[in-house]
Design a protein around this ligand. Structure first.
Ligand SMILES: [Zn+2]
Length: 156
């Protein structure tokens, strides 16, 4: 006969309204709902790239198996433009797989370079982003100015 008002409000507090409430765990700036949404986006992108790779791989006359396809692409990466494109697609695929793994480990949304959280707006555009905006900008400007500075290895 007693209406347990208190227990009801307690369970209400458990239900997150979806916004404002963010995970306090290390680097967790992405809500569960957002993660779910981004995971779906990643899976879709993964499918898209995989089928693109399969189509292109057909052009090159090498088989399309799921397992060691990345290895095979890697070994012929500098053969021609198609191979270069495949290489780019496969590296995105690697990023996507890394992001999906990070999601299952709860470390998704953290910059792999500096460890700072990646802005959700950025993740919504590029769900597989590995770097935060700052690191990405530094990477790109280094790429633009002097590639040798970044990759050359001779300049200290
Ligand atoms: Zn960073």
């Amino acid at each position: 006969m007693l209406a347990p008002q208190s227990s009801l409000s307690k369970s209400e507090r458990m239900t997150r309204s979806g916004h404002a409430e963010i995970s306090r765990s290390r680097g967790g700036i992405v809500t569960n709902a957002e993660t779910k949404h981004l995971e779906v986006a990643l899976q879709a992108k993964r499918q898209e790239i995989a089928s693109k790779i399969c189509g292109r791989v057909g052009d090159l006359g090498i088989g399309c198996g799921e397992g060691d396809i990345l290895d095979r692409i890697q070994s012929m990466a500098d053969r021609d433009e198609t191979a270069a494109m495949l290489s780019r697609l496969s590296s995105t695929l690697v990023d996507i797989d890394r992001s999906l793994r990070a999601m299952s480990e709860g470390s998704y949304g953290v910059c792999t370079r500096c460890g700072e959280p990646i802005a959700i707006k950025r993740l919504q555009v590029i769900p597989w982003a590995a770097y935060c905006v700052r690191c990405q900008e530094r990477f790109e400007s280094a790429n633009e100015c002097t590639r040798s500075k970044f990759y050359g290895g001779e300049a200290a």
